[in-house]
Write a protein that binds this ligand. Structure first.
Ligand code: NAP
Length: 189
């Protein structure tokens, strides 16, 4: 399976706190919904647990967990998978967090997503330290700087959106229908 990652981070590279996203931005939620609806998404167990009612309508959810007997909300749409299972699947999967899972995919050159939708909320937390339970994407962002180039998409409600494209796709990405669809949906069209 090929992959695309999507996240919303703030200026400290924070994406989560106490198993939640520490901001609510409706237009960002709408963009996430546009991009991932009717797609297959890949999440870590903690992110799965953090979803409202542990589900997302109209999405097939593949959960990365070392617990094969994890309790699933909707076994017809949700399943526990391993990285090896993903290798045998076709099409694109959308990596939707959280911190551990972004790191696992971005730091391994055999697992790096083709595209990363990087939404950057123009806001920082002045009072925070790693001890306070914040989840960061600092290491994945460093990987982007090394292995990808970026396209600026737009700014809505203080959130700038970029799509990062893996460098080895430089010659071909514009013709890739998945990239074309992703860009339109990221823009809101
Ligand atoms: N702002 C955003 O865009 C965004 C998006 C998504 C999530 N988030 C936030 O991110 C936070 C959650 O992130 P997190 O880093 O704590 O957890 P996570 O990445 O969602 O999940 C971690 C879990 O994934 C499983 N896992 C880890 N490595 C694995 C491997 N090699 N193979 C199989 N399974 C593996 C483990 O589950 P088991 O213990 O069951 O084995 C582990 O406990 C929450 O605050 C959430 O709200 C933010």
């Amino acid at each position: 399976m090929k992959t695309i990652a999507i996240w919303c981070r703030n200026l400290n590279n924070i994406i989560g706190h106490q198993n939640d996203i520490p901001w609510r931005i409706s237009s960002d939620f709408q963009r996430f919904k546009r991009i991932t609806s009717h797609k297959t998404i890949i999440v870590g167990e903690k992110t799965y647990d953090s979803l409202p009612n542990r589900t997302l309508p109209n999405r097939k959810i593949l959960i990365l967990s070392l617990n094969p007997s994890l309790n699933l909300t909707d076994p017809s749409m949700h399943s526990v998978v391993t990285f090896d299972d993903l290798k045998t699947m076709d099409g694109y999967g959308y990596i939707c967090g959280g911190g551990m899972i972004y790191k696992l995919f971005l730091e391994d050159e055999t697992k790096r997503p083709d595209f990363v939708v990087d939404c950057v909320y123009n806001h920082s937390f002045d009072q925070h330290s790693p001890e306070e339970g914040y989840i960061y994407v600092t290491d994945p962002v460093a990987q982007l700087e090394q292995h990808y180039f970026k396209e600026y998409i737009n700014e809505i409600d203080d959130v700038k959106t970029y799509i990062w494209i893996k460098k080895n796709l430089r010659e071909s990405y514009k013709e890739n229908p998945t990239y074309q669809e992703l860009k339109e949906k990221a823009k809101g069209e």
